[in-house]
Design a binder for this molecule. Structure first.
Ligand SMILES: [Zn+2]
Length: 81
């Protein structure tokens, strides 16, 4: 029987991995941190996607209108000539 100085638990150190309670706590904390990082990345990528959509809209709409005007201009030019 061993005693963990960190969490104060008694445990059987069968395979020499140390306190199973602290190992479980560390695993849960690591999982929580990974989930937190993933969540932040998701929020960041969502924000980027939204910004990209806006940029595409801002550039795309005038470009589309410009192309239509160009076509109309070319048609008038061809008919006029
Ligand atoms: Zn412990």
């Amino acid at each position: 029987m061993k005693f963990c100085m960190k969490c104060g638990a008694f445990y059987e150190d069968k395979d020499g991995t140390g306190c199973p309670k602290c190992a479980e706590n560390a695993r849960l904390r690591a999982a929580a941190e990974a989930a937190e990082i993933n969540h932040q990345m998701d929020a960041e990528s969502a924000r980027r996607a939204r910004r990209r959509a806006w940029i595409e809209l801002i550039i795309g709409v005038p470009a589309f209108i410009g192309v239509i005007y160009l076509i109309v201009y070319l048609i008038r030019l061809i008919r006029g000539a």
